[in-house]
Design a protein around this ligand. Structure first.
Ligand SMILES: [Zn+2]
Length: 105
């Protein structure tokens, strides 16, 4: 089951998430040229180019999220986070804690 919906809509492609996605998902969407549309609470990009790649990339990223136990608390919902040159596998709560310790917000 995917925690998001990706579809081709009038003039472009749209991605909707059930929960707020992990920061790395958002940065990927931005890198792909998607913009947040507050009115429809979805990410949108004009045109259909790259739609299949985008779906595959999201599937990979979101699927991979579930595979890793958090290295701090051990819960099986750790995400892969990139911070500077480091890769961290932490759940969202632990990542926030870690970020506060590093003063990255
Ligand atoms: Zn954790």
């Amino acid at each position: 089951m995917s925690p998001y919906k990706a579809e081709l809509v009038g003039g472009g492609q749209q991605v909707t998430f059930v929960d707020k996605p992990a920061p790395e998902v958002l940065s990927l969407l931005k890198r792909w040229g998607f913009r947040w549309q507050a009115g429809v609470r979805a990410w949108f990009k004009r045109g259909s180019k790259g739609f299949a790649d985008m779906c595959a990339g999201l599937e990979k990223l979101l699927g991979a999220e579930k595979l890793f136990p958090c290295r701090m608390c051990g819960l099986p919902n750790g995400h892969v986070h990139s911070y500077a040159a480091r890769t961290l596998i932490l759940c969202t709560a632990c990542y926030r804690k870690w970020c506060q310790q590093q003063a990255c917000g």
